[in-house]
Every structure is written in structure tokens, then in C-alpha cells.
Write a protein of this length. Structure first.
Length: 133
């Protein structure tokens, strides 16, 4: 298990000591995301006029909305990836089938070419016999 990281982060102008098993960079990234969300909302006059507990709830709802949208996007991407993997498998199967058919046809062509050479030899032989009579 990873060692616990404890770092100081700045959220909305205040310093917090945060601990977690994720990397320091990740913890900073999360803290930065929260701080940026707060700063974005503070720019909105309607948000600033709300009571603190309403502001907190609006912020939480917005973060949850971001989470569910990202989760849905990840699910869509996973589904798309699964579909593409299935299509790739089908293409590979089709390619193998086509290669087998090509090999069979090439073998058949080779056999037919050998027969053609034999028939040509027979024709020459028959023409020679005919000319000699």
C-alpha cells in the first residue's frame, strides 16, 4: 500500500492540510478544482446573494453534476471502445477467412496451371503426330 501523503493546499484563499494515499500532485489537482469552482461561482451575483448553506449546496450540486456527466461520458467511451473492439475482432476474423480463401484459390490456380501445361504438351504431341502422318 502507498504511503499516506499529507500536504497543504489552498482552497478559496484558505490553507488546509490534506492527507491521502493519492499522489501530492493529484491532491493538489483536486483542491485546485474545488477552489476554481468556488471562484467561478463567486463571480455570479445571484450566487453571492445566497446564504452560505445555500451557496454550499449549489456548489455541491454542481460538483455532483460534473461527476455524473464525466461518469456518463466515461461509460459512453467504454461502450464505444467495446463496440470498436468487437468490430476489430470481426474484421480480423473476416481477414483470416479471406486469407484462407486466397490460399485455396492460389492452390487451385497452381493446379490448373499445371493441368494447362500438361494439356499444352498433349496438344503439341498430338500436332506432331498429326503432321507426321
Amino acid at each position: 500500500m502507498s504511503a499516506k501523503n499529507v500536504i497543504d493546499v489552498v482552497i478559496d484563499g484558505q490553507i488546509y492540510t490534506i492527507g491521502g494515499f493519492e499522489s501530492e500532485a493529484y491532491i493538489q489537482k483536486v483542491a485546485s478544482y474545488i477552489s476554481n469552482k468556488i471562484n467561478d461561482f463567486k463571480k455570479d451575483e445571484g450566487y453571492r446573494r445566497q446564504k452560505f448553506d445555500v451557496q454550499k449546496t449549489i456548489l455541491e450540486l454542481n460538483i455532483a453534476d460534473d461527476y455524473f456527466k464525466a461518469k456518463k461520458q466515461a461509460e459512453l467511451l467504454e461502450s464505444d471502445l467495446e463496440q470498436k473492439e468487437k468490430e476489430a475482432y470481426e474484421f480480423k476474423h473476416d481477414l483470416v477467412t479471406a486469407n484462407v480463401k486466397i490460399q485455396t484459390l492460389e492452390s487451385e490456380i497452381e493446379k490448373l496451371n499445371k493441368k494447362l501445361v500438361e494439356y499444352e504438351k498433349d496438344i503439341v504431341k498430338l500436332q506432331t503426330e498429326l503432321n507426321n502422318k
